[in-house]
Design a protein around this ligand. Structure first.
Ligand SMILES: [Zn+2]
Length: 148
């Protein structure tokens, strides 16, 4: 979906007029109109305000251009399982199990892989295959890249 269509649908879904959205995110009604005709897209700070207003991720505001994965466990992310900041805004980098109340569980990569393997999250593979998959892929995620 294009950002203009996503932004229009989300606004209508909340039953808000362009004027009402404009007032809530501190822009002009014309700015909201330009997003919905596809002339412009909201800036980063405005996207954050819209994310809070509609309670959806920035990726969803933009029409879901990216397939997001949790940057700690690798799980595909949809809005419903994304983590939240202590102020309740959505953090689209992590799932709700990897990041909560502003914190990550303090677990080493080695112990985390042991845990993931024991949970059998990947259907139809042996423990050895699952371990090899996690050992190859987890270190590429932002959380582990910063810590290894
Ligand atoms: Zn996760």
């Amino acid at each position: 979906m294009e950002p203009k269509d996503a932004l229009t649908l989300l606004r209508r879904g909340k039953g808000l007029s362009q004027e009402e959205v404009a007032a809530r995110v501190f822009v002009t009604r014309q700015a909201v109109s330009r997003w919905e005709t596809g002339e412009t897209v909201p800036g980063v700070e405005t996207l954050k305000l819209l994310s809070a207003l509609y309670d959806v991720s920035i990726n969803t505001l933009l029409g879901s251009p990216e397939t997001l994965r949790c940057q700690r466990c690798g799980m595909p992310l949809e809005d419903g399982i994304m983590s939240r900041e202590p102020d309740h805004t959505i953090n689209q980098h992590y799932c709700q199990w990897c990041y909560a109340d502003g914190k990550f569980p303090d677990v080493s990569l080695h112990d985390f892989i042991d845990f993931l393997v024991s949970q059998h999250f990947i259907p139809g593979v042996t423990d050895k295959q699952a371990r090899a998959y996690y050992e190859e892929n987890l270190p590429r995620l932002d959380y582990w890249k910063e810590r290894l």
